[in-house]
Design a protein around this ligand. Sequence first.
Ligand code: MLT
Length: 296
Amino acid sequence: ISTSKPTILVSEKLGEAGLDLLRSFGNVDCSYNLSSEELCSKISLCDALIVRSGTKVTRQVFEAAKGRLKVVGRAGVGIDNVDLQAATEFGCLVVNAPTANTIAAAEHGIALMAAMARNVSQADASMKSGKWQRNKYVGVSLVGKTLAVMGFGKVGSEVARRAKGLGMHVIAHDPYAPADRARAVGVDLVSFDEAISTADFVSLHMPLTPTTNKIFNEGNFAKMKKGVRLINVARGGVIDEDALVRALDSGIVAQHENVTVTPHLGASTKEAQEGVAVEIAEAVVGALKGELSATA
Ligand code: MLT
């Protein structure tokens, strides 16, 4: 290993095109499933670290880096698994890949919404258990229903665009979204309460921040229509899970059996993973070359 080249630790699976780009610039160490102790013991030998959402880049990691780590690259959008305060204190840049998986996440949201409306996962499980329950799994139509898009950023606006194509009435809430962006998609921006209280479907697309942490709580579930359908392809932490279970039990949110869960699949398409890999590799290489100077 040449010592003049920077060392880049990749702690979660990254697309080949991104790895190739990184290898053309530095020594790349792909070590997956590291414990936090293993990550801390490796990190002082690294100039850059690339993660997805599974690696927690805590203050301990920055402390263990002993000043060598120059950049953390998040192969995705959300940077809630990186301690930004500690990164700033230790003079480490944090960069993300903000665009390449937008469509993948939006399509996952639409897939879940359609599957939920037509009970696809429940009917599939029932069929596979040898039953034929046509009457039990009568669904609801999407056309004419109101969808509230909570968080009208990149993913939210792509979900809105697609839902309009399905004939849904789309409203959105986002304290930061410009009105002209909403107008361009044909969506009304409304208050948080109006959005959640008038929607038949509520789709969550906000980042996880101290403000949005558990924002879907008992009080807000109580404002929703009985039988509302909820889609979350954002972060689990925006929902208070105990309150959700109570809302499911009481029938505010369409019952338990209607819950469809996947692992963290929003960004997991072949296309998005290759795109994200290249986007983050370019950002990390740029940071190592000194072309970037701000935290993501
Ligand atoms: C994201 O924030 O873009 C996703 O969490 C990416 C991922 O699947 O890691």
